[in-house]
Design a protein around this ligand. Structure first.
Ligand SMILES: [Zn+2]
Length: 287
């Protein structure tokens, strides 16, 4: 008995500190003067049943064990002009992850929502329906607001939008191309997953990164076979068109990507695989 107690005492502090280390571990990536911090909400294994028109041959080749890693992420970007938060995940680990990055909710000056699904706007409100980021200006596309709030009157999106409505900037996203001008954050149209889904190109001091929202949900399949869409896509055909256009763009311009459903660390490079598809090379998770 004595021996067991000793063992427990020896093990428990280790378990405690390991958990603490895991929950406070942050991964950052520098783009010029911008520091990108991944804010993981969830890591898991995906189910191929969400895929549309993935043939048995594609699945056997891309995911021979029948599953693939996936995730839910938000991203914090620290810029010289202030902190920008891209999506809010479920709101599950968000506040704790931001605190680990040294950022309080009131330190977020801009909140960009790539689209209004629940796993992206879940952390916009507190439990009592107030905005979680009291000083943030909300940025989303005009089409996305019209679709979810004005047309669908989707309750969660409407409540989240209304909480910020004094301080909203609706943007009309641009075409998928290198934007003119210098440094900044550029909003580009990537419709299909939702009608107003946007991707966000960050550019600072000659470096770039594309935060691509939900351009892909199953990297292991949708990179080699970008024509495969998922059941969550409002318009799967348009989603595939946007995905192919953007993959071509980032591969040709050597622009790394960050994705809301890309497994930790949620960022990496895209290369043409020479077989009509692409390959994703994640940034090393070791620092
Ligand atoms: Zn999503």
């Amino acid at each position: 008995m004595k021996k067991m107690t000793t063992l427990l005492l020896a093990v428990m502090p280790f378990v405690g500190s390991a958990q603490e280390a895991a929950s406070s571990a942050i991964y950052t990536h520098q783009v010029g003067a911008y520091e990108i911090v991944v804010l993981p909400e969830n890591q898991g294994q995906g189910n191929p049943s969400i895929l549309i028109d993935a043939t048995p041959e594609m699945l056997a080749q891309a995911i021979p064990d029948g599953t693939y890693p996936n995730a839910v992420n938000a991203f914090l970007v620290k810029t010289p002009a202030g902190n920008v938060l891209f999506d809010t995940g479920f709101g599950r680990n968000l506040t704790r992850n931001l605190a680990a990055a040294g950022v309080k909710p009131e330190d977020i000056g801009t909140l960009v929502i790539t689209h209004a699904h629940g796993d992206h706007i879940g952390g916009m409100l507190t439990a009592d329906g107030q905005r979680a980021f009291p000083r943030a200006r909300l940025i989303l596309s005009d089409t996305e607001k019209t679709y979810w709030v004005d047309t669908q009157k989707q309750e969660a999106a409407t409540r989240a939008f209304n909480a910020y409505k004094e301080n909203v900037q609706l943007v009309t996203p641009g075409k998928i191309e290198e934007p003119a001008g210098g440094d900044g954050i550029f909003y580009l149209a990537a419709p299909g997953h939702t009608p107003g889904h946007i991707v966000c190109l960050l550019r600072s001091k000659g470096e770039q990164l594309l935060i691509w929202g939900d351009l892909a949900h199953a990297m292991a399949i949708q990179m080699p076979f970008p024509q495969v869409s998922v059941r969550y896509d409002t318009d799967p055909v348009l989603a595939a068109k946007s995905r192919q256009e953007i993959l071509k763009f980032v591969a040709e311009h050597h622009i790394p990507i960050a994705g809301m459903h890309v497994a930790f660390p949620g960022m990496g490079k895209i290369e043409n695989n020479g077989k009509g598809g692409y390959r994703f090379i994640p940034f090393s998770a070791r620092r």
